[in-house]
Write a protein that binds this ligand. Structure first.
Ligand code: G3H
Length: 541
């Protein structure tokens, strides 16, 4: 079957979907979680459609997955009040609880969620059209993240359980929570990226309001009861709806201490500006990126192409870390493009349950039209689609397009496409990609491909001051999750990793006393008789 025919017939008839991957039943979610209660919503609902269409006798029809509550300002403020009350200016049960007890709650949570793996993975696949294998990987990576967080916190707690004596002062330094955290994750890693802020925020003693992204909502439904049953009332509250309706009043209240947001810088800016005392707000942001590959003339073309294809097209290029523009030295551009097309054509495209599939339908509304616009703009300015059938569209499906030669007049040179369009820019002078990176609004990562250690070393020294991770002969990526994940300029604020996240959702606080006999006696009595949760030699084991 030719590529065009395959794209034309890409959407299946429902009864042709293998039984194990069919959606068991739609999820008509009515509940939301506030103050330890699953409240039932009887108001307006948001219908959820899958990016997957079904071939029916009446033509193509978009699969309905269910619906979720469109809450209003009132429910949002109830959730806020619950979180504020549970934190109780740092005097609540949760923020004053010994670390080992909070760890126990999170451990219980990580055990219970595993029973939901199958349900969550299916919903993840249907809601964002991530391949089943990748959906499973996202789930497992999330559970590992939670477990690693617990281990790292135990380590941190062991160190903090010691007293330090310096220049006649005795002190104990521990990390204390910050207050009420608003957590919002992205659609492309709705579970993993959300939990990479939500879990550290909780385990450090903060209370949380969580709003799932616009796409990738129902997959959180199986977790609602587990959240309710594992954490004390008000510690975690989950709301749904339009951000302008539910998030704006929360931000405008000024009662949010930390904004953990992964999405666009435009939205982050709006949310931050709504806070009446934004200087008080700690922001942990993961935003846009336009990660660049620099292919030097001596690069090993085979392995470079493999990394660039995976780097730019895995999960349809919908990774914040994806390679979004490739600068290839003119001397090797011809071979590079030829090999790239070969590799690209090997990528399996189809439905997310198909074994080994990489290119699947896109979940964002009007995404294919946006990508088409980028491609047409580049074509108007003399770029060509290098691969046969590149840019072929069927509803939510977009067959990858390799664009060459791309230049600075084109939108795709500047905009984060977040989809299967790969722009290639030829260069002769290494200053061309360097200047591109310097002038870019983004500063997350870069990949250098080449063999000459002298050339690579010089580039590394320039680029480490522009981005936060320089990859050598390797695609850009966030993982492993113990590595720091950060960005400069419009790409991020704050560093995330298992360890860094624990730091970012807490603040070092010291109890100190002059090294005098009377003070020592007080400290000893408090510690020995376990009078304080903070001032204590106990540690989580
Ligand atoms: O969208 C951003 C994800 O965190 C990417 O993670 O680079 O490890 O696939 P990854």
């Amino acid at each position: 079957m030719s590529i065009t025919e395959k794209v034309r017939s890409i959407f299946p008839e429902e009864d042709k979907i293998p039984a194990e991957f069919r959606l068991k039943s739609p999820v008509f979610q009515k509940e939301y979680l506030v103050n330890g209660e699953l409240c039932v919503w009887n108001g307006a609902m948001q219908e959820v459609f899958s990016p997957i269409w079904l071939n029916t006798p009446a033509g193509l029809s978009q699969k309905v997955l269910g619906s979720y509550p469109l809450l209003t300002e009132r429910e949002a403020l109830d959730a806020l009040e619950a979180a504020v009350h549970a934190y109780q200016s740092g005097r609540g049960l949760w923020p004053t609880m010994p670390v080992c007890e909070r760890i126990r709650c999170v451990e219980e949570f990580s055990e219970k969620i595993q029973e939901k793996k199958d349900e969550i993975t299916h919903l993840l696949m249907w809601e964002i059209s991530k391949s089943y294998q990748e959906s499973e990987r996202e789930f497992d990576r999330t559970v590992d993240y939670v477990r690693n967080t617990i281990e790292v916190l135990k380590d941190l707690d062991r160190t903090s359980s010691r007293f330090v004596a310096e220049q006649g002062i005795i002190g104990q330094i521990r990390r204390a929570p910050l207050g009420v955290v608003l957590c919002m994750g992205p659609f492309n890693f709705p579970l993993n990226e959300t939990f990479s802020t939500l879990i550290p925020a909780l385990i450090m003693g903060n209370t949380v309001i969580f709003k799932p992204p616009k796409i990738g909502v129902l997959l959180h439904y199986p977790l609602l009861k587990i959240f309710r049953d594992t954490f004390p009332p008000g510690v975690i509250n989950i709301v749904y709806g339009d951000s302008s309706e539910v998030i704006s009043p929360i931000m405008l209240s000024g009662k949010i201490d930390v904004l953990a947001f992964i999405g666009s810088s435009k939205v982050a800016e709006i949310l931050k500006s709504q806070h009446p005392k934004s200087h008080r707000l700690r922001s942990v942001l993961g935003l846009e990126a336009k990660n660049t590959a620099i292919v030097l003339p001596d690069a090993d073309i085979d392995s470079t192409v493999r990394e660039c294809v995976r780097g730019s097209l895995s999960f349809n290029g919908q990774r914040c870390t994806a390679l979004k523009i490739l600068f290839v030295h003119s001397r090797v551009a011809g071979t590079f493009l030829e090999r790239f097309i070969d590799e690209m054509e090997k990528l399996k495209f189809g439905m997310p349950w198909e074994e080994g599939v990489t290119i699947t339908p896109l979940p964002e509304a009007d995404k294919t039209a946006y990508l088409k616009g980028l491609v047409e703009d580049a074509q108007r300015l003399d770029a060509k689609i290098m691969n046969a059938y590149g840019g072929t569209i069927n509803k939510t499906f977009f067959y990858p397009a390799l664009l060459y030669p791309v230049n600075s007049r084109m939108r795709v040179y500047h905009e984060e496409q977040f989809g299967p369009v790969v722009p290639v820019v030829p260069f002769n002078d290494i200053e061309t990609p360097i200047q591109y990176i310097i002038e870019s609004s983004y500063g997350q990562q870069v990949s250098i491909f080449g063999k000459d250690a002298d050339v690579i070393a010089k580039l590394v020294d320039v680029l480490v001051n522009q981005v936060c991770r320089v990859n050598i002969n390797s695609m850009c990526q966030r993982g492993p999750d113990i590595f720091p994940f950060a960005g400069r300029k419009d790409s991020a604020k704050g560093t995330l990793s298992v360890k860094d996240a624990l730091r970012i959702f807490s603040i070092r606080t010291i109890v100190a006393a002059k090294d005098r006999e009377a003070n020592k006696e007080i400290l000893t009595k408090i510690v020995k008789e376990r009078k304080s949760n903070f001032l204590s030699s106990d540690f989580a084991s």
